[in-house]
Design a protein around this ligand. Structure first.
Ligand code: 5GP
Length: 130
């Protein structure tokens, strides 16, 4: 089982933003900006672009709702999106609140993000999810 499946099942803790029957969104534990969120399917598929068309379409619709919640909840100009998948073999989309072009830089992690602030940010986004 992947680490993200264990998070989805609640075996491991996460800062959960939202879920439905097929998708799950939670804060990245090593955010590059505050509010950096991961959207994952509940099925285990390694590579995002191996997901079948219908499900990928629905995942994108779910991701759009999460991005809207981030944009409502946090001060940012836009929400950026990226697909890496080089570390965790469970497909996921990164959503990153952006103020500047340089904010979408995966080498610039926030150092020791405090649990208190992570919780605050999580609650703000979760509250805005529709
Ligand atoms: P990628 O696979 O897209 O290259 O990177 C995986 C991402 O998942 C990284 O940004 C990393 O910080 C995040 N990540 C890895 N393990 C965990 C975890 O246990 N919990 C959370 N919330 N994020 C994780």
């Amino acid at each position: 089982m992947t680490i993200f499946s264990r998070i989805i099942k609640g075996e491991l803790p996460s800062y959960k933003i939202a879920e439905d029957d097929r998708f799950f969104a939670f804060l990245d534990i090593n955010p590059i900006t505050w509010g950096h969120t991961l959207v994952v399917p509940k099925i285990e598929e390694d590579y995002l672009f191996d997901i079948d068309d219908d499900m990928l379409g629905d995942m994108f619709k779910f991701t759009k709702r999460v991005a809207a919640a981030i944009k409502t909840a946090l001060p940012c100009r836009k929400v950026g999106m990226a697909v890496l998948g080089l570390e965790v073999p469970h497909a996921h989309i990164h959503l990153v609140p952006l103020k500047n072009e340089g904010d979408l830089d995966f080498k610039k992690k926030i150092e020791n993000p405090s649990p208190k602030k992570m919780k605050e940010v999580c609650e703000l986004i979760a509250k805005s999810f529709k």
